[in-house]
Design a protein around this ligand. Structure first.
Ligand code: FAD
Ligand code: DLZ
Ligand code: SF4
Length: 513
């Protein structure tokens, strides 16, 4: 019998991925570093390096198992510009009966895959990605199929279904489903953030870093001090470190920010889970075990597990439910171009300068920086949703469209009109001041509402509310804010709106990046 060609993409680096499930001796695994994936948006240098290094190590591990791997390097003798070309060339090299792939994380790639059978005249079997707990088709059974969805409803069903943090008699551990109210503490000054394990690049990773510097050195971001895990072994070590050292404080300080501390008590596991080096099950099992062994409090364990089996699965369900066309949504009619400082980090707004600077250095910013600093600014400033999506997809090492797009379109920009956000996540400088020490290092005054020295988040916040007051009239979660706006002195509102106009018009558009 002719062998099977199994095409494994860069974010499918799991030995148990469905495309490898029934691998037989003689089958060939195809993996390819292709220019199109690195440049369809100009990904952060560190993201490309991370993924290529992880791919090369994964391929070596398969080979060590005796599996035949046809690995196409970006700088090798065999080259391919795109997934399609890589497959077409591989089919000339190997006489196979069929091609097996696991469904991809992006609509764009799914469309390509659907065309392969006709294009290459070979059967192509597209298998579900069972590394997620909830398939695309069954999402509506768990989340509902109305025009609006609630993550919390979906999450409770996922808890029941998986049994994570459930008692023997089917109740949520501790008697409550959600401990979020305990997870909003500011970081006390005395708390030290624990140092993390670092993973020095080996020869393979160094080769990739050199390649990326050569080929993509003009992309955003830096490769300096690359120390992230790129193998299954190191990823598992990083998970163990998180569970034993950071998890106990993860919950309480989940929303906190501190200047010079890009990771705090966050797991920093998203890129490892998204590319497949870790499975979400093992992460949740390790966290649950820490709770059951008395090593981590319930608010931390529940908070982490909710992010994974709740938010992560839910966001993916929203993506596939709303595609295609989700990326085009623009309910609030936002059209301002992305400002230049999103690429340079050069802004006097310290919170933004810190979050963007860390993003450039690490290809990472934690959730509250992405949501309440950068995202909040994008919303209030009325930035064009397409430009914001591209930026988020480029800059984070964990970014794939299935997860980036709903977080941007639905969560930060409210550009989908509230498919799952009951109101826009808008906040003034007060929130950032409460949750961080950024304002103490800023040239703006967070207490001032108007004028040259006032924190721009303050007047941008009220300008946003005034701009969209009619749109949000009738949304009960906005009642208090709109009532406050209604009671404000008209001249004061006019001054804030003028300040907002001055500030926004003063931003330099980024242009083509
Ligand atoms: P932790 O704080 O330790 O949380 C644990 C895990 O929960 C994460 O590793 C992640 O897998 C999952 N998670 C938490 N929140 C979300 C969420 N909202 N959506 C999906 N998964 C979640 N996450 C990505 O993985 N890729 C992205 O491209 C991405 N883009 C985002 C864009 C915006 C505008 C926002 C607001 C959030 C985005 N997130 C994205 C979600 C979240 O910010 C990151 O998953 C998180 O910061 C990763 O850091 P961590 O691993 O330390 O997470
Ligand atoms: C993000 C990315 C990059 C930069 N490069 C590659 C690559 O060369 N080869 C590959 O197989 N995958 C890459 N990826 C991940 C893909 O973009 C990802 O598999 C698809 O977007 C589907 O989620
Ligand atoms: Fe950010 Fe305003 Fe605080 Fe400056 S004062 S750090 S701009 S919130």
């Amino acid at each position: 019998m002719k062998p099977t060609l199994r095409f494994v993409l860069g974010d499918q680096l799991t030995r148990g991925v469905s495309s490898l499930a029934d691998i037989e001796p003689g089958d060939v695994v195809l993996m390819a570093e292709v220019d199109e994936e690195a440049t369809y948006v100009r990904h952060h240098q560190r993201k490309i390096a991370f993924l290529f290094a992880a791919m090369r190590h994964f391929a070596a591990e398969l080979e060590a198992e005796g599996i035949r791997v046809d690995y196409i390097r970006l700088d090798g003798k065999q080259r391919a510009a795109s997934f399609g070309q890589a497959l077409g060339e591989a089919l000339k090299r190997h006489k196979v009966a069929r091609v097996v792939v696991t469904e991809p994380g992006e609509w764009r790639v799914l469309e390509m895959m659907r065309g392969w059978e006709a294009e290459f005249g070979v059967p192509v079997e597209l298998r579900p990605d069972d590394r997620f707990l909830c398939g695309w088709e069954e999402f509506s059974e768990l989340a509902g199929d109305g025009p609006t969805l609630l993550m919390e409803t979906f999450y409770r069903r996922m808890r029941e279904r998986t049994g994570f943090l459930m008692t023997k008699d089917g109740k949520p551990e501790g008697g409550r489903w959600n401990y979020d109210a305990e997870n909003r503490k500011a970081l006390p000054k005395r708390i030290e953030v624990p140092p993390r394990p670092v993973f020095d690049p080996d020869e393979t990773t160094q080769g990739v870093l050199d390649l990326v510097a050569r080929r993509f050195g003009n992309h955003f971001g830096s490769l300096e001090d690359f120390d992230y895990p790129v193998t299954r072994h190191d990823a598992a070590r990083y998970l163990r470190w998180f569970v034993t050292t950071a998890l106990p404080d993860f919950g309480a300080y989940e929303d906190a920010m501190r200047q010079g501390e890009p990771l705090l008590f966050h797991s920093h596991l998203s890129a490892l889970i998204n590319c497949g080096l870790l499975t979400l099950r093992e992460c949740c099992e390790a966290v649950e075990a820490a709770y059951r062994n008395g090593k981590a409090p319930l608010n931390a364990a529940e908070g982490f597990i909710r992010q994974i089996i709740g938010w992560r699965e839910f966001i993916r369900g929203v993506y596939w439910r709303e595609m295609p066309g989700y990326g085009e949504r623009n309910e609030l009619g936002a059209s301002r171009p992305l400002p230049d400082f999103f690429w340079t980090g050069e802004t006097e707004m310290n919170c933004l300068a810190q979050a963007i600077g860390e993003t450039a250095r690490n290809a990472f910013a934690h959730h509250i920086q992405r949501l309440m600093v950068i995202g909040n600014f994008c919303l209030l400033a009325g930035l064009d949703p397409k430009e914001v999506q591209d930026w988020y997809l480029v800059v984070y090492h964990d970014a794939y469209e299935w997860v980036e797009m709903p977080n941007v379109v639905g969560m930060i920009l409210y550009a989908d009109g509230g498919v799952f956000a009951t109101k826009p996540y808008a906040a003034s400088g007060n929130y950032i001041n409460k949750m961080s020490n950024y304002c103490g290092h800023c040239r703006y005054d967070v207490k001032q509402k108007t004028g040259e020295d006032a924190c721009p988040f303050n007047y941008l916040y009220w300008d946003f509310m005034a701009r969209h007051a009619e749109r949000f009239d009738g949304n009960h979660r906005m009642d208090r804010t709109l009532a406050t706006l209604g009671r404000m002195d008209e001249d004061k509102v006019a001054t804030m709106r003028k300040d907002a106009e001055r500030f926004l018009d003063g931003m330099v558009p980024a242009g083509d990046y």
